[in-house]
Design a protein around this ligand. Structure first.
Ligand code: ADP
Ligand code: ZN
Length: 364
């Protein structure tokens, strides 16, 4: 075991991010002070199809007794009903406070399983094994857990930090192409807010990553993106200050998802479009500091669905009613330069409309 230097430093605990093989997870749990024989693994059907058997065998070979709970894939599993079923399955097993719960999957499984771990027996040790690119570069770090409500997404949940994030990049080899785009959008976002080198790297390697799913090209980007996310959440655990920067591209993204219908445009795709709008707004304010054509060309390499039907009126309305919008003020994270973000709450409706017109024209 060679523990990696990457770690997340929070008020609650400092936890490592390690690049591992799934077969070695039990050894890493031991190394983290987590012990069997019992371990709970929460996953979804798609991920289970590929990784349930090898993970279970690896645990058993090491003398552990894994209990695997499989939920249906997709956002609809982030529900009170599904959570309730999870409790019904897990509590009769007579879990102990020390029984580790591992989430094996994307953001959905991480959020649902994380919230279950946060609440079972007032909290059992949680380890994320993110298998989607989006979960690896973004949602597995930072401690957000929770489920949706009919009133809105992620409205029920808690901050609950895991004991570790263990990433096996090889799991990406079975990830559908669209999910690669989803993940790379958030990785590029991390570059825009904090790391010009990651932007340069992505420019050089995006074809290998998205076109060929080349892990050698992908892993350095994942590592850099995780590093940025870890740093941002360590500096600001609870959504004030720096954490707001993570919303680069997200003012538009949330509106696009809302208006297009969740699932029609995937989250990362919406973020890619939202970043193009935010970049346009940024460039209008500080034309000298941003090479708009070059940066926009990078974002344009992230394939997105047709948004020609999304009227600005509807998007503007959605932005004004976003749960993060206070007293009607719409906030955008913009860039002074790559790696130098700021929050602007004074963008005029006309300027925002021009940004959307630009995005629509260039994706038409
Ligand atoms: P997120 O994009 O937030 O990670 P999900 O948890 O819904 O959202 O994951 C996206 C989709 O990818 C889901 O359908 C999930 O089952 C699937 N998935 C996640 N990881 C893998 C993987 N390694 N191989 C194949 N499918 C995967
Ligand atoms: Zn996001």
């Amino acid at each position: 075991l060679r523990p990696d230097a990457l770690s997340v430093d929070t008020d609650i605990r400092t936890y490592p991010i390690r690049f591992v093989h799934l077969a070695d997870v039990s050894a890493h749990l031991n190394d983290l002070g987590l012990h069997g024989p019992r371990v709970v693994v929460i996953t979804d059907e798609n991920v289970a199809a590929h990784y349930r058997t090898p993970l279970v065998h690896a645990f058993e070979a090491a003398g552990w007794t894994p209990h695997v709970v499989v939920v249906p894939p997709g956002e609809s599993s982030k529900s009170l009903d599904r959570l309730s079923t999870l409790y019904d399955t897990l509590l009769p097993l007579g879990l102990e406070r020390s029984t580790p719960v591992c989430t094996l999957g994307g953001g959905v499984v991480g959020d649902l399983g994380g919230f279950a771990a946060a609440t079972l027996l007032r909290g059992v040790p949680l380890v994320h094994l993110p298998t989607s690119l989006l979960a690896q570069v973004d949602s597995s770090i930072g401690g957000k857990t929770g489920i949706n409500h009919t009133v809105g997404k992620n409205l029920i949940g808690s901050f609950y930090q895991p004991h570790a994030v263990l990433v096996d990049p090889e799991t990406l080899l079975t990830l559908p192409a669209r999910e690669w785009v989803n993940g790379m959008a958030e990785a590029v976002k991390h570059g825009f807010i904090a790391d010009p080198e990651l932007i340069d790297y992505t420019e050089r390697h995006l074809v290998d990553i998205l076109g060929h799913h080349d892990l050698e090209a992908t892993v350095p980007a994942v590592r850099a993106a995780m590093h940025i996310k870890a740093q941002v959440v360590a500096d600001d655990e609870r959504e004030a200050g720096k954490r707001a920067w993570l919303n680069f591209g997200h003012t538009f993204a949330h509106a696009i998802e809302h208006v297009a219908g969740y699932g029609t445009v995937a989250h990362g795709e919406a973020v890619a479009l939202g970043m193009r709008a935010a970049l346009y707004l940024s460039h209008r304010r500080a034309p000298a500091a941003l090479d708009h054509d070059r940066l926009d060309a990078l974002l344009a390499q992230l394939p997105t669905p047709d948004v020609s039907g999304l009227a600005f009126e509807a998007l503007w309305d959605a932005m004004r009613h976003d749960k993060k919008t206070k007293d009607g003020t719409i906030r955008f994270v913009l860039l002074h330069a790559v790696g130098d973000p700021f929050v602007a709450d004074d963008c005029t409706r006309a300027s925002v409309q021009r940004a959307w017109d630009f995005v629509q024209q260039s994706t038409a």
